[in-house]
Design a protein around this ligand. Sequence first.
Ligand code: FAD
Ligand code: SF4
Length: 343
Amino acid sequence: MSETKTALVIGGGIAGIEAALKIGQSGYKVLLVEVAESLGGVLEKLYNSYPRYENPADLIKYKVEQLNECPNITVMTQTKVISADQKPNSYLVKLQNKSEAKEVEVDAVVIATGSQMLDVTSHGEYGYGHYDNVVNSLEFEEILKEWATNKDKVTPPKTVAFFKCVGSRDRSKGYPYCSKICCMYTAKQAGVVKEMFPDTKCYVFYMDYRAAGREYEEFVRSVIEDKKVKYVRGRPAKVLPEDGRLLIRAEDTLRGMPIEVTADMVVLAAALEPSAGTKEMSNIFPVKTDKYGFIDYETNEVMKTGERIYYAGACSFAVESLGAMHQGGAAAAQVLALFNQEN
Ligand SMILES: Cc1cc2nc3c(=O)[nH]c(=O)nc-3n(C[C@H](O)[C@H](O)[C@H](O)COP(=O)(O)OP(=O)(O)OC[C@H]3O[C@@H](n4cnc5c(N)ncnc54)[C@H](O)[C@@H]3O)c2cc1C
Ligand code: SF4
């Protein structure tokens, strides 16, 4: 066992970064492993973020600078945990990167491996995987980035339609739970389109809208009232191709009548489920999971899921970025309490 205790943080999104920073800046050693080429997770992929239209890449850049400045933190990208042996007060962990395998002994683990979007080819009626202009919300963030970069060259779409609750709150083809953040990011995306292209019509098809959070209700209201995004209550039944565009058939359940909208693009707010990495980690480490595979918590403990194992962020359920960052800090506090007790 090394003299200075070491924490292994798995996943370099905002939750893992924050956990690593707080532990490292408190004087303990941290090994942060990230499977991708760079840090940042989903936030790196976003055009901007609700509720303040901030650029999440700026946050990641700032945090990565802090990581680089902290001598206690080692970052390994393109690296995965492939096995772990539990010892009395530690874990012997095997890591694999592109060229080599390496074994390390760590005194605590923080899992921060995030979530992923449900593959909605299962919802064949919406044409995802068949029509290029039907995309999921994460793919749409990339499109927003492209539109912003090449604004002068882009032909503005006449109409963009957003479908909420795709695979969420859906017992037949998806998950029964609400994915919590899609009402907010859908409002954001529709609002961004209106800002970029004021003449583009934006429709949001919804069953409910959930905006519980600081500044959230005001945010969605401003998208509806100031940016003139049209909210239609009803789950669309079908998307059909029509002269290169998309014909949407739905029922407006508030007015009790069928509605047809022709759109240039359909954006599906697909359910969030545990990422492949989260599932892998729950097979490697003795952790608790719920019936969907999200990391579960130990009752009466903060961010704890197993012996010397803590978690943070979207690996345990859909969460907005501020919440993920707070959870990273809370998981770090638990690791620090454990290490301080044993010193
Ligand atoms: C479409 C969309 C729009 C959003 N818009 C907003 C918004 O406007 N505002 C907002 O506050 N939030 C928004 N969010 C939510 C935000 O993205 C999350 O809160 C945040 O990304 C959660 O951070 P995280 O670190 O928990 O997970 P992630 O960002 O998913 O990071 C997890 C990291 O773990 C890594 N990893 C996975 N498996 C392994 C493994 N086995 N080994 C090593 N590393 C691994 C991944 O590569 C990734 O880097 C949005 C989410 C989506 C999907
Ligand atoms: S957050 Fe909104 S869009 Fe997402 S599942 Fe819940 S109600 Fe549906």
